[in-house]
Design a protein around this ligand. Structure first.
Ligand code: PXP
Length: 235
């Protein structure tokens, strides 16, 4: 079975808009798991703009599948991960000014030490990188267990030829990850329309998807939410 990681950061984004207690990401995680998510993915950002430390702690205790923590490779985050022990850490680049993770991590040999520390704590380490063959070879050399290929460029392209070229890059990259005996994951910008081409490649073991699932949930749930309120004010 191909694994689906559901990224619930956007639930926390809505909660943080009012700094209140709803919607609760922990509840989102439970519903996602009850409906087939194989993993819950969260990004604890340095500026804590959506997921909070408290969410990470509670989710670690309540998630029944797997917890995938996306984080920057900073000393602060490495310490948090070693303490909380998510099943997987996905190392991602992070810039304060970005809206979402733009581009893959620029892996460096120095990341080896951080990967070693995480693995010593029993955590699987995945790296979020562009479909770049040299970067993938480096990921293997420095001890990554998995590679999540950044599909954001593919998702944003409009030109058919450019899309085809990017899909070929992604395929070649995914095959290399597989040949190097690392888990092959894809994520970023994937939605109900652009996922088919990746599924057809029949190489990815896991997808991490957030924005499109939470966006769709707004509309699949809106009718019922309005009806419930209408009933309430008339009862
Ligand atoms: N995978 C990684 C490593 C990410 O950083 C993100 C965004 O937080 C996702 C997957 C999910 O991307 P999207 O929300 O566009 O589906």
């Amino acid at each position: 079975m191909i694994q689906l990681g559901v990224n619930i950061d956007h639930v926390a984004t809505i909660r943080q808009a009012r700094m209140g207690i709803e919607p609760e990401p922990v509840q989102a995680a439970a519903i996602a798991e009850q409906h087939g998510a194989d993993q819950i993915t969260i990004h604890l950002r340095e500026d804590r703009r959506h997921i909070q430390d408290r969410d990470l702690k509670i989710l670690r205790k309540t998630i029944q599948t797997r917890l995938n923590l996306e984080m920057a490779a900073t000393d602060e985050m490495i310490e948090i991960a070693k303490k909380i022990k998510p099943d997987t850490v996905t190392l991602v680049p992070e810039k304060r000014e970005e809206l979402t993770t733009e581009g893959g991590l620029n892996l460096k040999p120095e990341h080896a030490e951080k990967i070693k520390q995480l693995k010593a704590a029993g955590i699987e380490v995945s790296v979020f990188i562009e479909p770049d063959l040299e970067m993938i070879k480096l990921a293997k050399e420095i001890g990554a267990d998995a590679v999540e290929i950044h599909t954001g460029k593919y998702a944003n392209l409009k030109d058919k030829n450019e899309i085809q070229i990017e899909l070929e890059r992604i395929y070649d990259a995914a095959i290399l990850v597989e040949e190097l005996d690392m888990r092959v994951v894809a994520g970023h910008g994937l939605n109900y329309h652009n996922i088919h081409e990746l599924v057809e490649m029949d190489v990815f073991e896991e997808y991490n998807i957030g924005h499109s699932i939470i966006s769709r949930a707004v509309f699949t749930g809106l009718a019922e939410a309005v009806l419930e309120m209408k009933t309430l004010i008339n009862s």
